[in-house]
Design a protein around this ligand. Structure first.
Ligand SMILES: Nc1ncnc2c1ncn2[C@@H]1O[C@H](COP(=O)(O)OP(=O)(O)OP(=O)(O)O)[C@@H](O)[C@H]1O
Ligand SMILES: [Mg+2]
Length: 256
């Protein structure tokens, strides 16, 4: 269980999270959505202790994460941008992560599941973007953790790999895990998410099931509902639209 109360985070003058309150109880598959820069990754990194909040409290399984690290063993994490040395080989990277975790139980079947055997002796820097993402997915799912956090998991994947990933996520959900996903792929939300948490202007603007989102914003699908939400309440709301129907361009953008 993850309990977040009064979470604030600023980067300089940029007040990204403004008192976020969020309670996440397993099992569940929750999509954390919001426009670019709305703070999804910041929120996720706060849960992982990679971003230190200015104010607020985060508890995982009833204990504060402040100055704690053991709790991270409970979490499988796929970062939005994974940075590893370019000259390390896939096989070496997997062995390195295994060493770091110090756990013996790992699911090596994922290597063939994502078709990575031909790439095991290749250097990361020589892999295509999608193949790198598959390596990241293997590293994320290699250990069986009760909480799974996926930051843009579909980035760069071809359709076959996408189908496999969705199947894997569904299996993990059926096993009773708490899964958090951020994505801009609304079909994925439609297909997988039990709940949507929508971040806007530093706070949770909407939380509910996909059906409730569609009902509230009268969209035929998630995409239309989010578009309606943003038109009604977001930066594209009527107040920000010029009389010709186009979004107003901020004056500062037009200055020389
Ligand atoms: N380390 C940092 N230093 C300074 N600013 C940061 C840092 N990390 C994030 N930000 C800023 O915080 C805001 C939120 O960023 P964040 O990455 O959380 O957004 P996001 O919702 O994940 O966006 P996206 O959909 O593009 O992934 C952005 O304005 C970003 O520029
Ligand atoms: Mg992000």
């Amino acid at each position: 269980m993850i309990e977040i109360t009064g979470l604030h985070k600023s980067f300089g003058k940029n007040h990204v999270l403004k008192g976020v309150e969020l309670s996440l109880v397993p099992p569940g598959l929750i999509a954390i959505l919001g426009p670019n820069g709305s703070g999804k990754t910041t929120l996720i990194k706060s849960i992982l202790g990679m971003v230190i909040p200015d104010r607020g409290e985060i508890e995982v399984d009833g204990a504060s994460i402040k100055k704690a690290w053991e709790y991270r063993r409970q979490i499988s994490y796929l970062p939005q941008i994974a940075r590893f040395p370019e000259n390390i080989r896939v096989r070496e990277l997997i062995a390195m992560v295994k060493d770091l975790r110090g756990e013996t139980e790992m699911d090596v079947s994922l290597i063939s599941y994502f078709g990575l055997q031909p790439f095991l002796d290749k250097k990361l820097g020589n892999l295509s973007g999608g193949t790198r993402q598959k390596v990241n997915l293997v590293l994320c799912f290699m250990y069986d953790c009760p909480i799974v956090i996926l930051d843009e998991p579909t980035a760069g994947l071809d359709p076959v790999s996408l189908v496999r990933l969705k199947k894997l996520i569904k299996t993990k959900r059926e096993e009773g895990k708490l899964i958090l996903i951020t994505t801009h792929v609304m079909d994925l939300v439609e297909e997988l998410a039990e709940e949507v948490v929508y971040l806007l202007e530093g706070n949770i603007h909407f939380r509910g099931t996909v059906a409730e989102l569609k009902e509230k914003y009268q969209g035929r699908n998630v995409e239309e509902s989010i578009a309606a939400l943003l038109q009604k309440d977001g930066p594209f709301s009527l107040g920000a639209v010029a009389s010709n129907g186009h979004a107003k361009v901020p004056e500062t953008l037009l200055e020389n």
